[in-house]
Design a protein around this ligand. Structure first.
Ligand SMILES: [Zn+2]
Length: 300
């Protein structure tokens, strides 16, 4: 039963992240400027690099040490004089966290305590699962050992990079239990992980958050008043993505609860709502909301 849940979670993950991206795990060295102090490597996943006058913060690692080393190299190129490198991760999945061994010695690894707990419980198991996807993944993840972080925090940690402050935030469960958000000041740039996405159906992985906890997280995110948003698996956008995410989740939730009340099965509701979303958003790459509708049905 447990492994079935896991498999279903994986199927949803693959759907949400898209197969095209899944098959391109190698990160390049090109960067896109997001705001005054934030650059991104666009790929699987999008990596944020926040540059201050003294220190640099990287958010997410790429899949395996080879990608981690690429990210660290790009960070060093962006700020050759910065002596201190911080690394944090949006959530415990391997493309976000399992590139850590590629970072140089002395990198300060920091993440929220809930995410670290998930990492300890399921991190190695997720690496095994991702390794099974392709020969390339297997090679990239071979021998990866997840080291303990140097710093954990419960709700917020502030990292002063010199003229730039990164607020690392845990607001509650959404895509996973330990989803971390990074808010960069003074840029007002939000590195949003899977919590705020762009033209992407939300997905709760395994026993992560619930639709209600995701909405509660978004309420706190909205109060940050972000001007720029960098999601991990979709295109960057402005602060309006936060309200758009809330509207999308509330929309699916309202629709699913109405169908549930009419006695429609979760499967049929999933199909129906996915079709409605396709009509509403013909330009979105994927509107399969079956997984999220199930999450709405299962909400206690
Ligand atoms: Zn994920």
């Amino acid at each position: 039963m447990k492994s079935l849940t896991r498999l279903l979670g994986l199927a949803a993950l693959l759907t949400a992240h898209g197969f095209a991206q899944m098959s391109q795990p190698m990160l390049g060295e090109d960067t896109t400027k997001i705001s005054d102090h934030v650059w991104a490597i666009m790929g699987f996943p999008n990596i944020a690099i926040v540059v201050g006058s003294r220190a640099t913060l990287v958010v997410d690692t790429g899949l395996g040490a080879k990608n981690g080393a690429t990210v660290a190299r790009v960070a060093a190129k962006l700020a050759p004089n910065n002596t201190r490198l911080f690394l944090t991760t949006t959530h415990f999945h391997p493309e976000h966290a399992a590139g850590e061994p590629g970072f140089p010695a002395g990198t300060i690894l920091i993440r929220d305590a809930v995410q670290q707990q998930e990492m300890e419980q399921h991190g190695q198991e997720m690496i095994a699962m991702f390794s099974g996807h392709s020969a390339q993944n297997k090679e990239l993840l071979a021998g990866v050992v997840l080291r303990p972080p140097d710093v954990t925090f419960s709700q917020e940690a502030t990292v002063d990079l010199g003229g730039v402050t990164a607020r690392l935030l845990w607001f509650g469960g959404a895509h996973t239990k330990g989803d971390e958000l990074t808010f960069v000041e003074p840029d007002r740039t939000l590195v949003s992980g899977d919590v705020v996405q762009n033209k992407t159906i939300p997905n709760i992985f395994g026993d992560g958050g619930t639709p209600a906890t995701w909405l509660a997280v978004l309420e706190q995110v909205a109060a940050l008043n972000a001007a720029h948003v960098l999601p991990d698996h979709s295109a960057p956008g402005d602060g309006s993505l936060v309200a758009a995410e809330r509207d999308l989740i509330e929309g699916i939730q309202t629709r699913a609860l109405a169908l549930k009340q009419q006695g429609v099965s979760a499967e049929d509701a999933g199909k129906q709502i996915s079709g409605e979303l396709k009509t509403q958003h013909p330009d979105w790459p994927n509107t399969n909301a079956a997984g999220f509708v199930k999450s709405v049905y299962a909400e206690p």
